[in-house]
Write a protein that binds this ligand. Structure first.
Ligand SMILES: [Zn+2]
Ligand SMILES: [Zn+2]
Length: 358
């Protein structure tokens, strides 16, 4: 009888039968190891959670009073003889690759990852393994990111230009990870940075976790048009096109996303400026990371799994597509922008919505 794989994909998530735990399960389970705080990976309803220390406050903020244990990169836990270790994934603060070892066999689940050091999260570190479960959100050769410095020079020039024209700069980026990466790369001498409540809440959670962020001011009903003028506003994509934006008039609207690399995306999202900025690895980043693990087998989760697995097979890997429910977080926000309606936003804790977060 063939040996059972150390990690398998079942109806609940990625399961380790030997250790009797799940990784990033999408249905409620007893024992969940969580790679990072995005809503497609960190679901509500598990009995026990294990996540990276820097995910702690975000998980409490988003999921409420959960039974959470945390550990740092390089630390390990043993569950039924299976050793679990976290390594940096470079995706958002606290994002971890999860290395699982049992009887000499090593698997690594990448979670979401990016290879460029963004100055905000601990940089990605390749981990040797036999089997690598990789995301491939941007697993097509058209996705090739410019260096972060170049992108933010463009963002800051755009801000300065808007200021000259007497406009407020409104920049949309996903509320956890992207928004803070934007903030930390703004030219703070240009003016003040204001935030949508959803972003301010995420910032405050990260600050409670000991992460240093530049100061920002929450936009409230008392905030006036005049004080915003010439300054920068960071908002989640879901706020775009809602009445909340009226206060920013006259404004220029920019959108930060890896999807901006696709022709027509800027127009569909009604953005004046599109900045191709992603927290996922691009084509070269995916391939170099997979090679660096020295693995034989690759399982591909969200993204262009079919074409990317064929490519990997062509260069000698045993590559397979895996069925998961990951990868819908940013897409959900993008859809909201396109439909410009306030419903169906990212999953937020009870009682918090755009109405309250003004
Ligand atoms: Zn993510
Ligand atoms: Zn994901």
């Amino acid at each position: 009888m063939p040996k059972k794989p150390l990690l398998e994909f079942n109806q609940n998530g990625i399961y380790c039968a030997a250790g009797d735990f799940y990784i990033d399960p999408w249905r409620p389970v007893n024992d969940a190891i969580i790679s990072h705080g995005h809503s497609d990976h960190a679901k509500w309803g598990h009995k026990k959670y294990l996540a990276h220390t820097l995910s702690r406050e975000i998980l409490y903020y988003r999921l409420g009073d959960i039974n959470l244990e945390t550990m740092d990169y390089g630390q390990s836990r043993i569950k039924n003889g299976v050793k679990i270790t976290f390594f940096p994934a470079g995706h958002i603060p606290g994002s971890a690759q999860i290395r699982v070892e049992y009887k000499g066999e090593i698997w690594v689940f990448s979670g979401d990852y990016k290879t460029e050091d963004d100055g905000l999260c601990t940089p990605f570190e390749p981990v040797n393994c036999h089997s690598f479960i990789s995301e491939c959100t941007f697993g097509m050769p058209v996705y090739k990111w410019a260096p972060q410095k170049e992108i933010f020079d463009g963002v800051n020039d755009w801000w300065a230009q808007n200021q000259k024209e007497g406009k407020t700069s409104v920049l949309a980026g996903y509320s956890l990870g992207k928004a803070q990466r934007i903030l930390q790369n703004l030219e703070m001498n240009l003016g003040k940075v204001y935030t949508h409540g959803v972003i301010q809440n995420s910032n405050e959670a990260l600050i409670r976790n000991g992460i240093n962020l530049y100061p920002t001011t929450r936009i409230t009903p008392e905030t006036t048009k005049e004080e915003l003028k010439g300054n920068m506003v960071i908002c989640p994509p879901s706020a775009v096109g809602t009445p909340w934006m009226r206060k920013m008039l006259p404004y220029s609207f920019g959108y930060c996303s890896g999807w901006m690399a696709i022709r027509g995306a800027k127009k569909r999202r009604a953005a004046d400026r599109g900045f191709v900025l992603s927290d996922h690895a691009d084509w070269d980043g995916l391939i170099s990371s997979i090679k660096a693990t020295k693995c034989d087998t690759v399982y591909l989760t969200h993204g262009s799994t079919a074409s990317f697995s064929r490519y990997l097979q062509g260069i000698g890997y045993d590559a397979k597509e895996a069925k998961t429910l990951y990868g819908n977080e940013e897409e959900t926000e993008v859809e909201n922008v396109e439909n410009a309606k306030p419903s169906g936003r990212e999953a937020l804790p009870l009682g918090e919505d755009l109405g309250e977060a003004l």
